[in-house]
Write a protein that binds this ligand. Structure first.
Ligand code: CP
Length: 315
Protein backbone atom coordinates (compact mmCIF):
# COMPACT_ATOMS: atom_id res chain seq x y z
CA UNK A 1 0.00 0.00 0.00
CA UNK A 2 1.36 3.45 -0.95
CA UNK A 3 0.40 6.39 1.27
CA UNK A 4 0.77 10.12 0.51
CA UNK A 5 1.99 11.73 3.73
CA UNK A 6 4.57 14.23 2.44
CA UNK A 7 5.47 15.37 -1.10
CA UNK A 8 8.47 13.03 -1.09
CA UNK A 9 6.25 10.02 -0.30
CA UNK A 10 6.25 9.97 -4.13
CA UNK A 11 9.47 10.09 -6.19
CA UNK A 12 10.05 13.10 -8.43
CA UNK A 13 9.14 11.00 -11.50
CA UNK A 14 5.92 9.93 -9.80
CA UNK A 15 5.08 13.53 -8.89
CA UNK A 16 5.62 14.64 -12.50
CA UNK A 17 3.44 11.79 -13.81
CA UNK A 18 0.76 12.87 -11.33
CA UNK A 19 0.92 16.48 -12.59
CA UNK A 20 0.70 15.27 -16.20
CA UNK A 21 -2.32 13.10 -15.37
CA UNK A 22 -4.05 16.07 -13.69
CA UNK A 23 -3.37 18.19 -16.80
CA UNK A 24 -4.90 15.48 -19.04
CA UNK A 25 -7.99 15.17 -16.83
CA UNK A 26 -8.45 18.94 -16.81
CA UNK A 27 -8.26 19.01 -20.62
CA UNK A 28 -10.74 16.12 -21.03
CA UNK A 29 -12.32 14.49 -17.94
CA UNK A 30 -14.60 12.14 -19.94
CA UNK A 31 -12.30 9.05 -20.13
CA UNK A 32 -11.91 9.10 -16.32
CA UNK A 33 -15.58 9.36 -15.31
CA UNK A 34 -16.08 5.69 -14.27
CA UNK A 35 -12.62 4.61 -13.11
CA UNK A 36 -13.70 4.51 -9.44
CA UNK A 37 -17.13 2.89 -9.91
CA UNK A 38 -17.75 0.81 -6.79
CA UNK A 39 -14.93 2.43 -4.77
CA UNK A 40 -15.32 4.53 -1.62
CA UNK A 41 -13.28 7.46 -0.28
CA UNK A 42 -13.42 8.23 3.46
CA UNK A 43 -12.77 11.84 4.46
CA UNK A 44 -11.75 11.93 8.13
CA UNK A 45 -11.45 15.63 8.96
CA UNK A 46 -10.60 16.44 12.58
CA UNK A 47 -10.03 20.11 11.68
CA UNK A 48 -12.06 22.65 9.63
CA UNK A 49 -11.74 22.67 5.84
CA UNK A 50 -13.67 23.93 2.84
CA UNK A 51 -11.43 23.33 -0.19
CA UNK A 52 -9.57 20.15 0.72
CA UNK A 53 -12.50 18.09 1.96
CA UNK A 54 -14.99 19.20 -0.66
CA UNK A 55 -12.53 18.88 -3.54
CA UNK A 56 -11.49 15.37 -2.44
CA UNK A 57 -15.18 14.44 -2.32
CA UNK A 58 -15.86 16.12 -5.67
CA UNK A 59 -12.83 14.31 -7.14
CA UNK A 60 -14.11 10.89 -6.03
CA UNK A 61 -17.63 11.62 -7.28
CA UNK A 62 -16.25 12.76 -10.66
CA UNK A 63 -14.36 9.45 -10.89
CA UNK A 64 -17.63 7.54 -10.38
CA UNK A 65 -16.92 6.63 -6.74
CA UNK A 66 -18.73 7.36 -3.48
CA UNK A 67 -17.70 9.13 -0.27
CA UNK A 68 -18.34 8.93 3.46
CA UNK A 69 -16.73 10.52 6.49
CA UNK A 70 -16.95 13.13 9.19
CA UNK A 71 -16.12 16.81 9.39
CA UNK A 72 -15.26 17.65 12.98
CA UNK A 73 -13.77 15.30 15.55
CA UNK A 74 -16.69 15.97 17.94
CA UNK A 75 -18.96 13.94 15.65
CA UNK A 76 -16.66 10.92 15.63
CA UNK A 77 -15.52 8.51 18.35
CA UNK A 78 -12.36 10.61 18.67
CA UNK A 79 -14.50 12.60 21.11
CA UNK A 80 -14.60 9.44 23.27
CA UNK A 81 -10.85 9.04 23.09
CA UNK A 82 -10.38 6.72 20.11
CA UNK A 83 -6.90 6.92 18.60
CA UNK A 84 -6.24 7.70 14.93
CA UNK A 85 -4.58 4.28 14.66
CA UNK A 86 -7.79 2.49 15.71
CA UNK A 87 -9.96 4.80 13.61
CA UNK A 88 -7.87 4.15 10.48
CA UNK A 89 -7.95 0.39 11.06
CA UNK A 90 -11.73 0.47 11.51
CA UNK A 91 -12.40 2.72 8.50
CA UNK A 92 -10.23 0.43 6.33
CA UNK A 93 -13.28 -1.90 6.43
CA UNK A 94 -15.59 0.79 5.10
CA UNK A 95 -13.52 2.55 2.43
CA UNK A 96 -10.84 1.90 -0.22
CA UNK A 97 -8.87 5.08 0.49
CA UNK A 98 -8.72 7.58 3.37
CA UNK A 99 -8.06 11.34 3.26
CA UNK A 100 -7.26 12.61 6.77
CA UNK A 101 -6.84 16.12 8.15
CA UNK A 102 -5.72 16.46 11.75
CA UNK A 103 -4.53 19.30 14.02
CA UNK A 104 -1.66 17.14 15.34
CA UNK A 105 1.53 16.86 13.30
CA UNK A 106 2.17 13.25 12.33
CA UNK A 107 -1.40 11.97 12.86
CA UNK A 108 -1.91 10.82 9.21
CA UNK A 109 1.46 9.05 9.33
CA UNK A 110 0.37 7.23 12.51
CA UNK A 111 -2.93 6.35 10.85
CA UNK A 112 -1.10 4.95 7.81
CA UNK A 113 0.80 2.50 10.03
CA UNK A 114 -2.42 0.72 11.02
CA UNK A 115 -4.58 1.35 7.93
CA UNK A 116 -5.16 -1.45 5.42
CA UNK A 117 -5.90 1.07 2.64
CA UNK A 118 -3.95 4.10 1.34
CA UNK A 119 -3.94 7.18 3.60
CA UNK A 120 -3.63 10.66 2.09
CA UNK A 121 -2.49 13.46 4.39
CA UNK A 122 -4.99 16.28 3.87
CA UNK A 123 -3.02 18.60 6.20
CA UNK A 124 -1.48 17.79 9.60
CA UNK A 125 -1.09 20.68 12.04
CA UNK A 126 1.77 23.00 11.12
CA UNK A 127 3.65 20.21 9.34
CA UNK A 128 2.68 19.25 5.77
CA UNK A 129 -0.06 19.49 3.13
CA UNK A 130 1.16 17.43 0.15
CA UNK A 131 -2.00 17.48 -1.97
CA UNK A 132 -2.01 21.31 -1.78
CA UNK A 133 1.63 21.21 -2.92
CA UNK A 134 0.73 19.26 -6.06
CA UNK A 135 -1.93 21.92 -6.77
CA UNK A 136 0.68 24.65 -6.27
CA UNK A 137 3.14 22.91 -8.63
CA UNK A 138 0.43 22.44 -11.28
CA UNK A 139 -0.51 26.13 -11.06
CA UNK A 140 3.10 27.39 -11.15
CA UNK A 141 3.85 25.17 -14.17
CA UNK A 142 0.74 26.43 -15.99
CA UNK A 143 1.68 30.04 -15.30
CA UNK A 144 5.48 29.92 -15.75
CA UNK A 145 5.92 26.91 -18.03
CA UNK A 146 8.51 25.35 -15.72
CA UNK A 147 9.30 24.36 -12.13
CA UNK A 148 13.04 25.11 -12.19
CA UNK A 149 15.21 28.25 -12.27
CA UNK A 150 12.55 30.28 -10.48
CA UNK A 151 12.84 32.84 -7.68
CA UNK A 152 9.95 32.07 -5.35
CA UNK A 153 8.90 34.46 -2.57
CA UNK A 154 7.02 32.93 0.37
CA UNK A 155 5.34 35.59 2.48
CA UNK A 156 3.49 35.56 5.81
CA UNK A 157 3.35 32.83 8.44
CA UNK A 158 6.23 30.60 7.42
CA UNK A 159 6.51 29.06 10.90
CA UNK A 160 3.10 27.40 11.05
CA UNK A 161 2.29 27.41 7.31
CA UNK A 162 2.23 23.73 6.35
CA UNK A 163 1.67 24.56 2.69
CA UNK A 164 4.94 26.54 2.70
CA UNK A 165 6.84 23.66 4.30
CA UNK A 166 5.61 21.14 1.73
CA UNK A 167 6.05 23.43 -1.29
CA UNK A 168 9.59 24.31 -0.18
CA UNK A 169 10.38 20.58 -0.04
CA UNK A 170 8.88 20.00 -3.49
CA UNK A 171 10.54 22.96 -5.23
CA UNK A 172 13.91 21.98 -3.73
CA UNK A 173 13.86 18.95 -6.02
CA UNK A 174 14.27 21.13 -9.12
CA UNK A 175 17.47 22.79 -10.34
CA UNK A 176 18.24 26.46 -10.00
CA UNK A 177 15.38 27.60 -7.78
CA UNK A 178 15.99 30.47 -5.34
CA UNK A 179 13.87 30.92 -2.22
CA UNK A 180 13.04 34.26 -0.58
CA UNK A 181 11.34 33.77 2.80
CA UNK A 182 9.51 36.97 3.78
CA UNK A 183 8.13 37.07 7.32
CA UNK A 184 8.37 38.77 10.70
CA UNK A 185 11.29 37.46 12.79
CA UNK A 186 8.86 35.44 14.96
CA UNK A 187 7.28 33.60 12.02
CA UNK A 188 10.37 32.41 10.16
CA UNK A 189 10.68 29.04 8.48
CA UNK A 190 11.38 26.31 11.09
CA UNK A 191 14.92 24.96 11.33
CA UNK A 192 13.74 21.43 10.59
CA UNK A 193 12.38 22.51 7.18
CA UNK A 194 15.70 24.17 6.36
CA UNK A 195 17.58 21.06 7.50
CA UNK A 196 15.36 18.57 5.67
CA UNK A 197 14.50 20.48 2.49
CA UNK A 198 17.07 23.20 1.83
CA UNK A 199 20.35 21.94 3.30
CA UNK A 200 20.72 18.55 1.56
CA UNK A 201 20.81 20.09 -1.92
CA UNK A 202 22.44 23.38 -0.85
CA UNK A 203 19.45 25.47 -1.94
CA UNK A 204 20.02 29.21 -2.24
CA UNK A 205 17.73 31.11 0.10
CA UNK A 206 17.33 34.47 1.82
CA UNK A 207 15.27 35.56 4.84
CA UNK A 208 13.86 39.07 5.10
CA UNK A 209 10.86 41.00 6.46
CA UNK A 210 10.58 43.41 3.50
CA UNK A 211 7.99 42.30 0.91
CA UNK A 212 8.05 45.57 -1.03
CA UNK A 213 11.83 45.42 -1.61
CA UNK A 214 11.65 41.82 -2.89
CA UNK A 215 8.63 42.14 -5.18
CA UNK A 216 10.50 43.39 -8.30
CA UNK A 217 12.84 40.36 -8.18
CA UNK A 218 10.33 37.51 -7.82
CA UNK A 219 9.09 35.06 -10.47
CA UNK A 220 6.36 33.69 -8.16
CA UNK A 221 4.81 35.07 -4.95
CA UNK A 222 3.22 32.64 -2.48
CA UNK A 223 1.18 34.52 0.14
CA UNK A 224 -0.07 32.85 3.34
CA UNK A 225 -2.49 33.55 6.15
CA UNK A 226 -1.28 34.15 9.71
CA UNK A 227 -2.44 30.87 11.29
CA UNK A 228 -4.38 32.07 14.33
CA UNK A 229 -5.34 28.52 15.37
CA UNK A 230 -1.68 27.50 15.86
CA UNK A 231 -0.67 30.35 18.21
CA UNK A 232 -0.20 29.53 21.86
CA UNK A 233 -1.27 32.99 22.98
CA UNK A 234 -3.81 35.43 21.56
CA UNK A 235 -1.63 38.49 22.31
CA UNK A 236 1.11 37.19 20.03
CA UNK A 237 -1.41 36.62 17.21
CA UNK A 238 -2.88 40.10 17.61
CA UNK A 239 0.63 41.61 17.41
CA UNK A 240 1.43 39.81 14.15
CA UNK A 241 -1.89 39.70 12.29
CA UNK A 242 -2.16 42.06 9.36
CA UNK A 243 1.64 42.29 9.02
CA UNK A 244 1.47 41.89 5.21
CA UNK A 245 -1.29 43.24 3.02
CA UNK A 246 -0.90 42.92 -0.73
CA UNK A 247 -3.06 45.37 -2.64
CA UNK A 248 -3.14 46.45 -6.29
CA UNK A 249 -0.92 49.49 -5.59
CA UNK A 250 1.80 47.35 -4.00
CA UNK A 251 1.48 44.74 -6.76
CA UNK A 252 2.49 47.38 -9.33
CA UNK A 253 6.07 46.94 -8.05
CA UNK A 254 6.08 43.27 -9.14
CA UNK A 255 6.87 41.88 -12.62
CA UNK A 256 3.90 41.75 -15.01
CA UNK A 257 4.16 37.94 -15.25
CA UNK A 258 4.58 37.14 -11.53
CA UNK A 259 1.67 34.94 -10.43
CA UNK A 260 0.31 35.45 -6.92
CA UNK A 261 -0.56 32.16 -5.25
CA UNK A 262 -2.33 31.58 -1.92
CA UNK A 263 -3.69 28.25 -0.62
CA UNK A 264 -6.73 30.09 0.83
CA UNK A 265 -8.61 30.89 3.00
CA UNK A 266 -7.32 34.48 3.09
CA UNK A 267 -8.07 37.06 5.76
CA UNK A 268 -6.61 40.45 4.80
CA UNK A 269 -3.20 39.53 3.37
CA UNK A 270 -4.49 39.82 -0.21
CA UNK A 271 -6.93 42.66 -0.78
CA UNK A 272 -10.01 42.14 -2.91
CA UNK A 273 -8.73 44.60 -5.56
CA UNK A 274 -5.99 42.09 -6.48
CA UNK A 275 -8.61 39.52 -7.58
CA UNK A 276 -9.10 41.19 -10.97
CA UNK A 277 -5.37 41.46 -11.67
CA UNK A 278 -4.28 38.83 -14.25
CA UNK A 279 -1.48 37.82 -11.86
CA UNK A 280 -3.98 36.56 -9.26
CA UNK A 281 -3.67 32.74 -9.47
CA UNK A 282 -5.34 31.64 -6.23
CA UNK A 283 -8.68 30.78 -7.79
CA UNK A 284 -6.80 28.82 -10.49
CA UNK A 285 -5.38 26.78 -7.59
CA UNK A 286 -8.92 26.05 -6.38
CA UNK A 287 -9.91 24.94 -9.90
CA UNK A 288 -6.83 22.70 -10.21
CA UNK A 289 -7.55 21.13 -6.82
CA UNK A 290 -10.21 18.77 -8.13
CA UNK A 291 -7.99 17.37 -10.93
CA UNK A 292 -4.98 16.97 -8.65
CA UNK A 293 -7.08 15.10 -6.11
CA UNK A 294 -8.59 12.90 -8.84
CA UNK A 295 -5.01 12.08 -9.88
CA UNK A 296 -3.94 11.32 -6.28
CA UNK A 297 -6.90 8.96 -5.76
CA UNK A 298 -6.10 7.08 -9.01
CA UNK A 299 -2.41 6.99 -8.07
CA UNK A 300 -2.79 5.45 -4.62
CA UNK A 301 -5.47 3.03 -5.83
CA UNK A 302 -3.08 1.87 -8.59
CA UNK A 303 -5.61 2.56 -11.36
CA UNK A 304 -3.91 3.18 -14.74
CA UNK A 305 -4.69 6.17 -16.93
CA UNK A 306 -6.92 4.76 -19.72
CA UNK A 307 -5.44 7.28 -22.17
CA UNK A 308 -1.77 6.25 -21.70
CA UNK A 309 -2.25 2.81 -20.12
CA UNK A 310 0.26 3.83 -17.42
CA UNK A 311 0.05 4.07 -13.62
CA UNK A 312 1.33 7.12 -11.71
CA UNK A 313 3.20 5.12 -9.06
CA UNK A 314 5.98 2.65 -9.86
CA UNK A 315 4.70 -0.03 -7.47
N1 CP B 1 -6.11 25.22 1.13
C1 CP B 1 -6.76 24.55 2.09
O1 CP B 1 -6.24 23.59 2.69
O2 CP B 1 -8.02 25.02 2.36
P1 CP B 1 -9.06 24.37 3.39
O3 CP B 1 -8.47 24.59 4.77
O4 CP B 1 -10.35 25.10 3.16
O5 CP B 1 -9.14 22.91 3.10
Amino acid sequence: VRHFIEPNSFSLDEQLRLLNLADRMEADPAPYAHLCDGRILATLFYEPSTRTRLSFESAMLRLGGKTLGFAGAQLSSASKGETVEDTARVVSNYADVIAMRHPKEGAPLRASLSARVPVINAGDGGHAHPSQTMIDLMTIRQRKGRLDHLTIGFCGDLKFGRTVHSLTAALSQFEGNRFVFISPEDLRLPQYVKAESLAPTHQVYKETADLEAELPHLDVLYMTRIQQERFFNEEEYLRLKGCYQLDEALLQKAPADMPVLHPLPRIDEIKKDVDDDPRAAYFDQVHNGVYIRMAIILAVLGIPDPVTGKKVLDH
